[in-house]
Design a protein around this ligand. Sequence first.
Ligand SMILES: C[S@@+](CC[C@H](N)C(=O)[O-])C[C@H]1O[C@@H](n2cnc3c(N)ncnc32)[C@H](O)[C@@H]1O
Length: 203
Amino acid sequence: MNDQREFWNERFGREGYFYGTTPNRYLASHIDALSPNQTILFLGEGEGRNAVYAATCGHTVTALDAAEIGLAKTALLAQNRGFEISLIHTDLEFWTPSQKYDAIMCSFLHLVEPLRSEVFAKAIEHLNTGGVFVGEFFSIHQLPKNTGGPKDTDLLYTAHELSSILKPLPCDILHLAETDTELREGTGHIGLASVVQMKVQKQ
Ligand SMILES: C[S@@+](CC[C@H](N)C(=O)[O-])C[C@H]1O[C@@H](n2cnc3c(N)ncnc32)[C@H](O)[C@@H]1O
């Protein structure tokens, strides 16, 4: 993962916010639907656009990432808006959660197996009863598109595969679908993209 960390640190070390400072639309719609004053953890949160949005909505927010330059920009964005966010600097491979959350969210978290299954299981385990795990990921149909995302099928998702990961876990699948969506996210994601959208609830 050191390569990934270097890759993302180099990207986030450039001027500006690569995916912009407005939240991902799918995640924002689920943040807007939460009850007030929830605890939310964002996995692979990069430069913090979703986490800062959730903080401005009054939630208690933690952002986790392997790239410390992304986390520093998250802290700066939050500070500039008058909010504070807790930061966890770790590779998800070594993630040892110390609390449970009301919601765990991620956008475009590119994980290979078996780490993907391990992280999903750990996320469900560390949700409070009734808590939600929400994510948007690039699907395998994104491969030929030049609107963002990795050019490596091992890092792309299908709804079918996510369903096999989730079914044995103590959660209900509320939404799991492949769809095309128009992304306008900084300079990193622009145009029509193929994604998998997921919302599950802890039993
Ligand atoms: C495509 S970026 C998305 C950033 C952010 N979620 C967003 O949508 O703006 C992927 C992020 O996941 C992080 N990441 C990837 N693999 C990770 C891992 N194993 N542990 C922790 N962070 C990871 C990267 O450092 C990067 O910040």
